[in-house]
Ligand binder design. Structure first.
Ligand SMILES: Cc1cc2nc3c(=O)[nH]c(=O)nc-3n(C[C@H](O)[C@H](O)[C@H](O)COP(=O)(O)O)c2cc1C
Length: 196
């Protein structure tokens, strides 16, 4: 697919960024933060897709289930989405000082489709939490996980704390400069590695 990006001139392919919040609940801070990041990326003229993991159901990984039923179609589709993108942004809640089982299980299945699916890919990490620390401990664990699967994880991580949602599901309480800095880095990384 060839699109033009106004900020880069005609016929310049737009970068593609996949934003994946690791929460499936209907009123989710991390989905709201993911939506904010997606909108901000689109404002730069680049392409961003927001994944709702509830639309990619998978059982808990079990080798017997894999042998009996094969790899879930959801995992195949997610790997395809990842491969089309230049940058992946994981927006993860902190659960008990770590990242949720949802994220680990999703990747475990994806790795059964292609165990190298994140190798060398820039994966940026963000977290939204109601508390002040913004899920910083969970992000540190997530960095270790992503580094172990040979993703490239930039130093800059977004730990957005003291957040809330209004009645419309719009996120409030974030620092705009921090969001801008994070989006700029994601877009720069994606533009530097645009695939087509
Ligand atoms: C099982 C569980 C463990 C949690 N552990 C933490 C934690 O360690 N640190 C933290 O800041 N928030 C923790 N929380 C609160 C979550 O950050 C909060 O519920 C957040 O809104 C979840 O993300 P979501 O709104 O995107 O679903 C925990 C919540 C649950 C359900």
């Amino acid at each position: 697919m060839q699109d033009t990006a106004t900020s880069l001139g005609d016929h310049t392919p737009k970068a593609r960024i996949l934003v994946m919040p690791a929460s499936t609940r209907s009123v989710s801070l991390n989905q709201a933060l993911g939506k904010l990041l997606t909108n901000r990326i689109r404002e730069t003229g680049d392409r961003a897709s927001l994944v709702h993991l509830a639309e990619y159901p998978m059982p808990m990984y079990d080798g017997d289930v894999e042998q009996r039923d094969g790899v879930p179609e959801s995992a195949v589709r997610l790997v395809e989405l990842v491969k089309e993108a230049e940058v992946l942004i994981l927006v993860s809640p902190e659960y008990n000082g770590s990242f949720p089982a949802l994220l680990k299980n999703t990747y475990d299945w994806m790795s059964r489709v292609d165990r190298r699916c994140l190798v060398g890919m820039t994966v940026m990490l963000a977290s939204a939490a109601p508390g002040e620390r913004g899920g910083r401990r969970g992000l540190d664990m997530l960095r270790t996980f992503m580094t172990n699967v040979h993703a490239t994880v930039p130093d800059l991580m977004l730990a957005a704390g003291s957040l809330s949602l209004d009645g419309e599901g719009t996120i409030a309480g974030y620092d705009n400069n921090t969001i801008t800095e994070f989006v700029d880095q994601a877009v720069s990384a994606a533009r530097a590695t645009t695939k087509s």
